[in-house]
Design a protein around this ligand. Sequence first.
Ligand code: AP5
Length: 220
Amino acid sequence: MKSIMFIAPPAAGKGTQAEMIANKYHIPHISTGDILREIAREDTEIGNYIYETMASGDLVKDEITYKLIENRLSLDDCKNGFIIDGFPRNYEQAVEYNKILERVNLKLGYVFVLDIDKKTLEKRITGRRVCEGCNAVYNINEESTTPHIESICDICGGKLYQRKDDNLESFRTRYQNYLEKTATVLKYYEHQNVTYHIDGNKSVEEVATQIDDIINKKGN
Ligand code: AP5
């Protein structure tokens, strides 16, 4: 069973790599950001709270994420493996994640850490465009991931939009949160010797190769 986690700052390429692994091994990609963005579309109290919080770059309340993660991991399609992206984000979430894994009878597995420069992140944040139809991700600051027709998805022809939190102001809060809160998660897993560091500054393919090499070497 392949159980894979990504820890990395905003726009480091977690989602991009997670999608590639999901397609390769036919396992689900569970992104707390994607799940929360879905809820943020609803005009409800919780939807509005999540929308505002995400736009500001702050983290949403832990309790909301716990339920989402446990419900998602309990589904049958996770039994053969899964990729978790965006969770845990702070020490409390990491501790709770252990308990959730125990309850749903799943294992922690690989913890991939994407190491990356801040300047590269700013370039990726400001250039990211997402398809409103199929959620495909592009980057207008990178030739290899620019859509063929401006603002149109190559895959489904849907319109591309810029995420509400993909601006330098929200980025500053998101990056600060990463340094202050997610760094404790990193330490927590470093102590358990389960982390694998990847150079996230490289191209999409080169990052994927580093990850593949580790998975192939371990063989599970
Ligand atoms: P979330 O959606 O998780 O955002 P994030 O962690 O900031 O990560 P991103 O989605 O921005 O980036 P990514 O690393 O997936 O990069 P991508 O592959 O798209 O969370 C958003 C918000 O939700 C949070 O701020 C918070 O409010 C809330 N939230 C989520 N989880 C939470 C939790 N557990 N607790 C509380 N709140 C939570 O790539 C980025 C761009 O770069 C793309 O354009 C891509 O095409 C390009 N790219 C990718 N890789 C490469 C490469 N190697 N070379 C060149 N370009 C590349």
